[in-house]
Structure formats: structure tokens, C-alpha cells
Design a protein around this ligand. Structure first.
Ligand SMILES: NC(=O)c1ccc[n+]([C@@H]2O[C@H](COP(=O)([O-])OP(=O)(O)OC[C@H]3O[C@@H](n4cnc5c(N)ncnc54)[C@H](O)[C@@H]3O)[C@@H](O)[C@H]2O)c1
Length: 246
């Protein structure tokens, strides 16, 4: 590793399990103190994770009031916040857009897009006042391509990419850098519930012929939020094994 996060405090949303947990582990191993935010913090198991969280924060990131309270509590506990990783997200159902349930559309947009704005809304003034910070938003290849039958998810992730570009331009002179990642399908425990045909079809779209590993996401994010990444903001970093070369 050619960078360090020593002395920095990172908040990772949706980090009790999955990709968020993998990102939190990498940030921790680079030297950051890490606050794990999740709807269900009981899911976080330090033994299984292989590290202790510095702060566990129960929060529903789709509620602005809850995000405001969580941020104040975290800063009270850890002193400050230098890094924010907006990772919490849900998929929503698989359905044609003209049959997509309206209430579920609103929930997917609330969790996947509004939450990113809410967390940035509370963290950015704090980072500007401290003289800098790093924000990383977890988007998806779906936000670039628009994947059929998951229109709410695709729209939310496309929104995350556009929001990141806007905020990056606003913050470019404030030493607060904000970027996205756009991963393809990650190999997680959810694979167990998927048919082999579905997994094979996903792999077939990826020139590297395999799925993304959580560790690969963590390593990329750790570098993007570090001082080593200093002249890139508003960018969407690719994690698709060659599927999206744009
Ligand atoms: N898994 C993939 O293949 C893949 C690919 C591209 C992008 N992504 C994105 O990566 C992120 C993480 O995905 P994952 O596969 O690890 O999912 P996951 O379901 O395993 O984990 C998501 C975590 O977010 C938490 N969460 C959900 N709603 C929340 C809320 N309202 N408030 C606070 N926490 C909440 C959950 O409790 C859970 O711990 C998501 O944004 C997802 O869209 C995933």
C-alpha cells in the first residue's frame, strides 16, 4: 500500500455487511478510525469482520433528521470526520418500468439517491470548515448503462453520478474531493440465491470473464479517499473488468 489514512476518521454507510464492510476493513487497515453506519448495526460482527469498529451508528440514511443526528453523534464520539463513503443501498424489485410499484420506486430513490444528498448535506460544511475531506459515492454500472427491469435502481445510481459531478465542481477549490465508483456485479453471499445461468450471464458481459471481488472494491476506495488521490474530482471510477470502457 502506498498511501496512509493515519489520523483520519471515516464514516461508511451500510457497512454492517457486504461491500460496505469490505470498504470499512480496507480503510481501517490503512490507518483510519472507522464509524460504521447501518440500519441494522447488530449485523456487524467484529470477529467475522476481522476488525473492531471505532463507532457503531444505527441510522436510516433515507431520513434527513436521522442523518443529522447520526453525524452529530459520530463527530461527538470520534472528534471529526474526514472521509464519507456513501455505500448504503437497496436493489428494489425486478419489474418493467410501466408496472413498477410507485411506493417502491420512491423507497429506492430515497435510500439510493436522497441518502447520498442527505449525508453530503451534513458532512460537507464540516469538511469545508476543517479545510478538506474526501467523499466517495457507490454508484453502479446500472447508473451508466440503464439496466432493464431495474429502472428505479438505474435512475437512482445515474442520479448519484450526476450529483457527484455537480458537487465536485462546487467544492473544487475547497479541498473536498468527491468521486464515485461504478461496480459491476460483486461476488457476495447473495450468489447462493442466484441460478448458475444468471451468474454465467453476468460473467459473460464482463471481458475479464469473472465477477468483482469485495477486496478489489475496498482497495480502490481506500486509494480514492486518500491524500494520494489529489487531482481527480467528480469522476466515476470503473470497476467492471472492461465492460464499461467509458
Ligand atoms: N452487490 C453488487 O453486485 C453491487 C454492484 C454495484 C453496486 N452495488 C452497490 O454497492 C452498495 C452495497 O451493496 P451490497 O451488495 O454490499 O448490499 P448489501 O445488501 O449486502 O448491504 C447493504 C447494507 O446497507 C444497509 N442499508 C440498507 N438500507 C439502509 C438505510 N436506509 N440506512 C442505513 N443502512 C441501510 C443494509 O442494512 C446493509 O448492511 C449498494 O449501494 C449497491 O447498490 C452493489
Amino acid at each position: 500500500m502506498n498511501h496512509t489514512l493515519d489520523g483520519q476518521v471515516a464514516i461508511v454507510t451500510g457497512a454492517a455487511r457486504g461491500i460496505g464492510l469490505g470498504i470499512a476493513r480496507e480503510l481501517k487497515s490503512a490507518g483510519a478510525r472507522v464509524a460504521i453506519w447501518d440500519l441494522d448495526v447488530k449485523e456487524f460482527d467484529a470477529k467475522l469482520a476481522g476488525f473492531e469498529a471505532d463507532h457503531l451508528q444505527a441510522v436510516d440514511v433515507s431520513s434527513y433528521e436521522a442523518v443529522e443526528r447520526a453525524f452529530a453523534t459520530t463527530v461527538d464520539a470520534l472528534g471529526h470526520a474526514d472521509i464519507l463513503v456513501n455505500n448504503a443501498g437497496i436493489n428494489g424489485p425486478v419489474a418493467p418500468s410501466w408496472e413498477y410499484p410507485v411506493a417502491t420506486w420512491q423507497r429506492v430513490l430515497a435510500v439510493d439517491l436522497n441518502s447520498v444528498f442527505y449525508c453530503c448535506r451534513v458532512a460537507i460544511p464540516h469538511m469545508r470548515a476543517r479545510g478538506g475531506g474526501r467523499i466517495l459515492n457507490v454508484a453502479s454500472i446500472a447508473g451508466k448503462e440503464g439496466v432493464q427491469y431495474i429502472s428505479a435502481y438505474s435512475a437512482a445510481k445515474g442520479g448519484v453520478i450526476a450529483f457527484t459531478k455537480s458537487a465536485a465542481k462546487e467544492l473544487a477549490r475547497d479541498n473536498v474531493l468527491i468521486n464515485c465508483i461504478a461496480p459491476a456485479m460483486v461476488e457476495t453471499e447473495l450468489m447462493k440465491e442466484m441460478s448458475e445461468a444468471h451468474i454465467d450471464a453476468s460473467k459473460a458481459k464482463i471481458p475479464m470473464g469473472r465477477l468483482l471481488q469485495i477486496e478489489e472494491v475496498g482497495r480502490m476506495v481506500s486509494w480514492i479517499v486518500s491524500p494520494a488521490c489529489s487531482f481527480t474530482t467528480g469522476f466515476t471510477f470503473d470497476l467492471t473488468g472492461g465492460r464499461a470502457t467509458y
